[in-house]
Design a protein around this ligand. Sequence first.
Ligand SMILES: *Cc1c(COP(=O)(O)O)cnc(C)c1O
Length: 396
Amino acid sequence: MAFDSSRPLGPATRAIHHGYEPADHENALTPPLHLTSTFAFPDAETGGALFAGDAEGHIYSRISNPTVSLLESRIASLEGAEAAIATASGMGAISATLWTLVKPGDEIITDETLYGCTFAFMRDGLSRFGVKITHVDLRDPEKLAAAISDTTRVVYFETPANPNMRLVDIRAVSDIARAVGALTIVDNTYASPLLTRPIELGADFVLHSATKYLGGHGDLVAGIVCGRAEPIQDIRMIGVKDMTGSVMAPFNAMLVMRGLKTLQLRMQRHCESGQKIAEWLEAQPSVSVVHYPGLPSHPQHELAKRQMDGFGGMIAFELDGGYQAGIDMMNRLQLIRRAVSLGDAETLIQHPASMTHSTYTEEERAAHGISDGLIRLSVGLEDVSDILTDLERALA
Ligand SMILES: *Cc1c(COP(=O)(O)O)cnc(C)c1O
């Protein structure tokens, strides 16, 4: 951007302006939407040069598209990464990345808590192709140090983890992984780049379900992976172009860019309301535990203060009455929507054991810290007093 500043632009400014100059596009304030599948070569030689990698430009929208490229450069900038590749969904980002990086005989060490479909992709998908999956409680980096070996290719985790809000020390884990030549991948969906920037802390890749906070309006499904330019190009040409075909549509890139413009404002509100609701829940006699990194009672509150610039809008809690009390409470809500997904303007509530994490067996859920009574709340952007009134009525 043609803006003379002695210091780097802040994240809210980059989320709005990065990589775009109206003067280059008929002075259009909003970047154009390039609804095109393919790109016409000025002559055959140029087409050949593009395919050979000797010229820069777009060839076909399964490889790249100008609207999608602009979104990629904006999110890469927010994450402090060299490059990014956008995908059709968060699972597209996860599967394209892992298909690109691992081969039979490699090991992936992953946390005990994972989003349900990521867990199933590793257990039922990758393991069928000779990739070894080892779950380690990554809250304790010593346990990783004991388990890791030179067959470990990837260390993969979420922080805060979906759904139980456990945190992983990104710097400590990345240091241990790097020492044996393993790559660290962080699913940063819960925090967003406004609250945590894993690459600054030593991670190799950071990925998102852009369906959640980045899009922020519950109107699309999308994903993105950020990292160094060369491996991101490999993910583009292998994992996305050939192995999954998981491409982001230009129209969705435009909607995610619209979402990004308010990301900082939205995250501020999610954090403020999240803290208030977590504190309120903790004071309710019928609530036995509240898992929220902004509460001093969270066992990793000190790490949260060090690693996060705010504690976000995701809360997990358990009721004294267990599973049935949770179901009954959810059914009494009038404003809060019973829905999976998260990071939307609407406050959403769901029950991981029967919904997002039903891909785990009962034994796996017990072993991996996802109790049957756990309720997950995605605090939205409504007036916090209205969210509290709805919760109060439902808990009464
Ligand atoms: C939703 C989610 C995903 C999957 O993303 P989709 O966009 O639904 O494919 C992956 N990781 C986390 C933490 C999520 O919440």
